[in-house]
Design a protein around this ligand. Sequence first.
Ligand SMILES: Cc1ncc(COP(=O)(O)O)c(C=O)c1O
Length: 384
Amino acid sequence: MKISYQEIHQQKNPILPEPLEFGKTSTDHLFLMDYYDKEWKNPRIVNYCDLHVRPGTKAIHYGQSAFEGAKAFKHEDGEIYTFRIDENAKRMNNSAKILMMPSIPKDFQIEAIHSLINVDRHWVPDSNKGSLYIRPFLFGSGSSLGVHPSNNYIYSIILKPSGSYFKEGFSPGKLLITNKFHRAAPGGTGAAKASENYAASLRPGELARKFGANQVLYLDVNNKFVEEAGAMNHYHVLKDGTIIIPEWTDTILKSITSKSVLELSKIHGFKARQEHIRINDFLEGIKSGEIIEAGGLGTAAVIAPIGKYFLLKDDIINEKTLDNILDDKIPKDELGQFYDEIIVGNGSIGSITKNIYQTYTNIQRGNIPAPNGWLMKVEKTFSK
Ligand SMILES: Cc1ncc(COP(=O)(O)O)c(C=O)c1O
């Protein structure tokens, strides 16, 4: 398929806001492609615009919608490189399969992403200021109200120049542990980057913030195993330096960052593996000093260290209390009665976490060699 370029207007020197916040600033263009009559058609790059959808759109009513999140970096030589974009394209097709949506050839997804970045290359921040966040998304755009897969789809890509995830420097966060909320259930859509999973995480995420935590550490539906750290995979580090990441199941998103850390461990001489992690063993490990570091892994932050876990006293919180906490009807200084606190190590960022962050971001920014195929140059092939 040939991508058409429609009414391209490029700002040669866009002024990026300072500080550059995550996901707020849009570039000049977006990519669009339609699916109907069982075929992808009309791939095009257009000026950034609203998308007009019909009131019965399946994505709105039944959540048939998935997305991806990737990054591109400007290197010292001024060239732009996407990072592991083929993995994002593969995962998009896995999400499409789970949500009964049509797949998009992997190489075509990469071509579409690279073509759009090429048009908007002036928007990519210098590497000391941030990166270009890439958000491809796919949704059912058909408008009949029957609960069936849509016949029509839209695939689109938007780009967001973004600054560092750590606004106040690389600092440890906090996670809330609760039995009350779950992100995903076996046989469901947890392994897809499905929009609905994020809707389900909004209320627990807000609750975590009321307690001063960044996110929820999600457990499996039986409250036995560690699953995800909000919108990141979870990790912890044993005393001997081994990094442990929960084994992927159909309730955990297969993080490209986790996959990369596991692959890097073989090259850069650190130890990493996956396991099913019992929450009780995890908490015991922190208390005994067997676990010395912990946190989250994901594209936005790369690695987000966690210094403290708040254990919600689920038994004393009923639905009314939850509403009162969420509606700020309980004073902040009284919220301490609802949780116990547990500190990882001495609560600061450990050396393994720092090392992974440095190694990973240096690879992304071209300061140290990347494993074969991880970085793909965005060629200057566009001609109007
Ligand atoms: C639920 C969830 N888990 C894990 C991740 C981390 O995945 P990745 O490393 O591919 O960004 C994300 C973010 O994309 C996520 O939304």
